[in-house]
Design a protein around this ligand. Structure first.
Ligand SMILES: [Mg+2]
Length: 195
């Protein structure tokens, strides 16, 4: 009997539309050249919270993060945090860095992103960069919106929740397929050690 595998079905959709291909990859958010982003027309930056800025087992920003956010703001870039996590955690963090935020964003669905765009004053999606650590939520969702997507390595994998682990399994499948079908692109991502 033939059984339908949800993961394989999702994989087909992702692959057809190439929606999970990020525009760029960096090891961490600190490796992103924000002034270069400005020079290519980016005016706003949407940043994922968990494992992009802090691991799951931390709940406050470090001084390094506060400095980075202030630096991004000093370049006259708008910053908004977009997280699938709950209000309490996201608000606490964003109050500390004095940033607008979207909690329970349900990435990769469009609703949360659209809400974020409204807060930013409805800029053109092509002027928005989306930075996150997951292909299935951040890259896929950001690409669907027409943002410039940048994927970074997760800060700490061990403390990820079950649903993130599920997404990681899909991510591995997607990346394995990508490795077979588009090795040049895959190599450009330099992800071998981490994913
Ligand atoms: Mg994340």
């Amino acid at each position: 009997m033939e059984s339908i595998h949800l993961e394989d079905m999702m994989l087909e959709i992702f692959l057809k539309k190439k929606h999970f291909y990020p525009n760029d990859y960096k090891q961490s958010i600190y490796d992103i050249d924000f002034s270069q982003l400005k020079s290519i027309g980016i005016q706003s930056v949407m940043i994922d919270l968990d494992n992009t800025l802090i691991p799951y087992d931390l709940n406050s920003p470090t001084q390094k993060i506060i400095d980075l956010i202030n630096y991004i703001k000093s370049l006259d870039l708008n910053v908004i945090i977009i997280s699938n996590n709950k209000e309490k955690r996201v608000k606490r963090f964003c109050d500390a860095i004095k940033c607008a935020f979207i909690f329970s964003a349900r990435k990769p669905l469009k609703k949360g992103f659209k809400k974020a765009l409204r807060i930013l004053g409805n800029p053109s999606p092509t002027s928005v960069a989306l930075i996150g650590d997951q292909f299935m939520t951040d890259v896929f969702g950001g690409n669907r919106m027409g943002f410039y997507t940048i994927v970074v390595d997760a800060i700490k994998r061990k403390t990820e929740k079950w649903y993130t682990k599920f997404n990681r399994r899909l991510e591995r499948k997607v990346l394995n397929r990508l490795k077979r079908t588009d090795l040049d692109f895959y190599n450009k991502l330099h992800l071998d050690e981490k994913r």
